[in-house]
Design a protein around this ligand. Structure first.
Ligand SMILES: Cc1ncc(COP(=O)(O)O)c(C=O)c1O
Length: 397
């Protein structure tokens, strides 16, 4: 016996990449990995201090919903970052910690999808294409059918919400949106987010806003968030869950700490689901996360570092491969003609690991794939390695 839905999922992009680039890199220069969105910057020192200091807590089960201090630190950041009015969010009923946004994004599908409520037709889960693979796995395993909304250069790399057919919306139980988006770095404006939330309310589905790159941007104004859309629509969080993480903001993907904020009903169902299914975040990690959400100075420094890396990238690659400077996130999304061939050449001739765009996109029925021409380059290494890698990429391509 095996779960047929689980067996139907295709391999995760990095497993496919492992097969594509299974040989040694060219030459003796140290390889540089730009395939994974894993910030290599030095994490703030407070993380180590607090995790070390937290040793008396290792013989206690951590509270599944995090500590009150953690939830209040998350709320404090939301109020500063999105000007959420005081009193709008009850931190105990509307904030739920998660082991990285990945866990919350996954669990959202279990919370929202109820196959018995669509009169026999399979429920639908809307998601952008290119897609974060977790949306696919989560909704498939919960019994829904993923529906991929193209996010191409032609529509500003964001799904066209006006183009979703009424029959599709009628069967939709969840919609994932990602802003700033991975891999293209597109930022949804407030009007777009309001439209997404209004659609969710009109057709009674859950809008899940994946805002894990919300703090990495090169624009003067910080990217708006779905919470601001909720404020403009009157302040209710009905039909909405938003996810944030420290992985990118504070360069601590190893801490596995994020949180969800949203409608009371969904938040409470997620808290219930976590009591059954989740490995709660350790208290020492919650203490470190609390300190990080309270501080914005280290994030400003991180943003400045990414800006310098984008400056370098623009100098070295600007004017080629449809280079553009994304509004948010830390990826380059380059049109190189054939992404798989380019990724293989970059590994074999330059020792640089990048990700073919087609590993992040769903192929069409006729075999075409909107990701085929692209590679994704994560600017997550230190300045020196980034400069070295960009020069090697320029030489080989
Ligand atoms: C679009 C997107 N969502 C969610 C995540 C998960 O991040 P984490 O679980 O570390 O918060 C990632 C990680 O790369 C991502 O790219």
């Amino acid at each position: 016996m095996a779960n047929a839905r689980l067996e139907s999922l295709r391999d995760y992009p990095f497993e496919r990449l492992g097969r594509l680039l299974d040989g040694p890199p060219f030459g003796n220069a140290p390889p540089i990995n730009m395939s994974v969105g894993e910030p290599q910057h030095e994490p703030p020192a407070v993380v180590r201090e607090l995790v070390d200091r937290g040793h008396p807590s290792w013989n206690r089960y951590p509270p599944i919903n995090g500590t009150p201090e953690f939830r209040r630190a998350a709320l404090g950041w939301l109020e500063r970052r999105y000007r959420v009015p005081a009193g709008m969010i009850d931190p105990d009923a509307m904030i739920v910690p998660c082991a990285g946004t990945r866990e919350g994004l996954y669990m959202s599908a279990t919370v929202a999808i109820s196959p018995s409520e669509t009169g026999g037709a399979k429920p639908l889960a809307l998601m952008p294409n290119p897609v974060y693979q977790v949306y696919v796995g989560a909704s498939t395993l919960a019994g829904a059918e993923p529906v991929y909304l193209p996010a191409t250069a032609a529509n500003g790399f964001l799904p066209d919400l006006d183009a979703i057919p009424a029959e599709t919306l009628a069967r939709t139980q969840i919609m994932y949106l990602c802003t700033p988006s991975n891999p293209q770095g597109a930022v949804a404006d407030l009007g777009y987010l309001k439209k997404g939330l209004e659609l969710a309310r009109r057709h009674n589905f859950l809008l899940v806003a994946d805002e894990c790159y919300a703090e990495i941007y090169s624009t003067d104004r910080a990217p708006p968030g779905a919470l601001e859309a909720a404020v403009e629509l009157g302040g209710s969080l009905d039909n909405l869950m938003v996810f944030h993480t420290l992985s990118k903001r504070s360069s601590v993907p190893g801490l596995r700490s994020g949180f969800g904020v949203g409608a009371k009903k969904e938040t409470q169902l997620m808290q219930r689901l976590r009591t059954y299914a989740s490995a709660a975040t350790p208290i020492a990690a919650l203490d470190a996360a609390t300190a990080l959400w309270r501080d914005d100075a280290h994030v400003e420094a991180t943003r400045a570092l990414y800006r310098r890396k984008f400056d370098m990238a623009e100098k070295v690659l600007g004017g080629r491969f449809s280079f553009y400077r994304p509004a948010g996130g830390f990826y380059l999304w380059l049109d190189v003609g054939d992404g798989e061939a380019a990724a293989r050449r970059l590994w074999e001739k330059a020792g640089v690991r990048t990700l073919p765009g087609s590993y992040l996109t769903k192929p069409e029925a006729d075999g075409t794939n909107i990701g085929t021409p692209y590679i994704r380059i994560a600017l997550v290494a230190d300045l020196e390695s980034t400069e070295e890698a960009l020069n090697r990429i320029s030489r080989v391509l």
